[in-house]
Design a protein around this ligand. Sequence first.
Ligand SMILES: Cc1cc2nc3c(=O)[nH]c(=O)nc-3n(C[C@H](O)[C@H](O)[C@H](O)COP(=O)(O)OP(=O)(O)OC[C@H]3O[C@@H](n4cnc5c(N)ncnc54)[C@H](O)[C@@H]3O)c2cc1C
Ligand code: SF4
Ligand code: SF4
Ligand code: SF4
Length: 343
Amino acid sequence: MGNFKTTLMVGPRMLTQQLDHGITIVATGGEELKPKEYLYGEDPRVVTQLELEGMLAREKTKAAALKEVVMIQCVGSRNAQRPYCSRVCCAEAVKNAITLKSLNPQSQVTILYRDMRTYSHLEAHYGRARKLGVRFLRYEEDRPPQVRHRDGRLELSLYNPVLREEWILHPDLLALSTATVPSETQELASLLKVPRTAEGFFLEAHMKLRPVDFATEGLYLCGLAHAPKMMDEALSQAWAAVARACTVLSKDEILVGGVVSVVDPERCAACLTCVRVCPYNVPVINADGVAEIEIAKCQGCGICASECPGKAIQLQHFTDAQILAKCQALKDEGVGHPAEEAA
Ligand SMILES: Cc1cc2nc3c(=O)[nH]c(=O)nc-3n(C[C@H](O)[C@H](O)[C@H](O)COP(=O)(O)OP(=O)(O)OC[C@H]3O[C@@H](n4cnc5c(N)ncnc54)[C@H](O)[C@@H]3O)c2cc1C
Ligand code: SF4
Ligand code: SF4
Ligand code: SF4
């Protein structure tokens, strides 16, 4: 914390540039999943919601000519591989459906959903879409829609669990509400030594007490890198991360705690035990071939001191001599176990 050095590759010639910075905010974002199902990539009439949004913005005449558009929700989300809800796709589908209806009120727009999650004020857009005639049909997770080619057309079959019957639709365009996935950050995570969830989103130190901090001091996170969220939520979190960062940047000096571990190089056998057990990845083997602990990084948990087989590490204020002296004092004063005293 307070002393990061980052080497950047910049410009077309990829020249290196070194930055010195006091804190680091991880805001690597995410993207829309490119799916493998529902003929995506095989038929140009099957697109993602983001691709449809691009068409609605740039090719209005083409979009207005569409007679029947079907959207499928939860493509790649809320399944065994990605159990989370991608949060933005229900609102995005409703937004695109409203635009389609405003370009061509006669078009048939159908949204196939498992649950509509237009939460909070977004519910007003859901109500508006219904008033405009957008059709919402539920499908069950274990009976998803089937898409195939028939006579050059797209054919979609769907079990309607309300009417308990099979429906067949022939859309001109099929829009898939695909999962929001994190950017590729495996290398960055191992470089910064910060944790990620099984799905690859960065993990905060504590959901309620330290929601924009990593466990390592001076590292913060925000936005889609953390979890799927709308733009306004990403901005709020960014402000929170900046506020946390300012608590460090506003200081000229940082005082570190006195309870830190110190290595006696004479005793160290470079066995790597402390390097492996430290939950904050602090100990390293230095150029002299012995363990070294950067006291500004050490959290004083004492794990390395208790694990070191050579007794080469002492936790300041809790040294072996101090602990033994305390035990001896307790014994000399005749203080027993609370249960024994009560008896
Ligand atoms: C399909 C889709 C539709 C959405 N629709 C809406 C909507 O309608 N309304 C709404 O409010 N929100 C919507 N969102 C959410 C909104 O896009 C996000 O909340 C917002 O973009 C998050 O901002 P961010 O800065 O965290 O991430 P991003 O906008 O993803 O930016 C991250 C940046 O980090 C860069 N980066 C990644 N890795 C590295 C690295 N290793 N080193 C350096 N740079 C890196 C990326 O190139 C990118 O420029 C949508 C999201 C998706 C995926
Ligand atoms: S926001 Fe809607 S479409 Fe997206 S994963 Fe959640 S429920 Fe499914
Ligand atoms: S555990 Fe002890 S002996 Fe092993 S590398 Fe660390 S300080 Fe040295
Ligand atoms: S005391 Fe804890 S945080 Fe400090 S170096 Fe040892 S194991 Fe790591």
